[in-house]
Design a binder for this molecule. Structure first.
Ligand code: SF4
Ligand code: SF4
Length: 101
């Protein structure tokens, strides 16, 4: 389930550099998340990083994009093909995930 950014966004820019997948960018009046790059931070953090640091709590799960942990972990590997440590964490089934909190 990719996250989306709601209209409450104050464009503080805190989230974008913290996304492990570079999925967040500035748009006209807000920031936006590219759902094809969002993995809910599976295998990087135990909760979505943007969700945890947004000062106005406007990063929310997109109910129209429900995805399993397996799908999100596979996407993380696809997005970081040279990250051997990430792949090792996932292969060992030993990684942080909001599904495991
Ligand atoms: S949940 Fe994680 S991967 Fe998705 S946009 Fe937020 S920081 Fe990026
Ligand atoms: S952290 Fe929240 S308020 Fe700041 S740019 Fe990101 S979505 Fe907008």
């Amino acid at each position: 389930m990719a996250l989306l950014i709601g209209p409450e966004c104050i464009q503080c820019a805190a989230c974008a550099p913290e996304c492990p997948n570079d999925a967040i960018r500035a748009d006209q009046d807000s920031f936006v998340i590219d759902p094809s790059l969002c993995t809910e931070c599976v295998a990087f953090y135990d909760q979505p990083r943007c969700l945890s640091l947004c000062p106005v709590e406007c990063c929310l799960p997109d109910p129209d994009r429900a995805e399993t942990e397996d799908v999100l972990a596979a996407r993380a590997i696809e997005l970081h093909p040279d990250d051997d440590e990430l792949k090792a964490r996932i292969d060992a089934n030993d990684f942080p995930s909001r599904f495991r909190r």
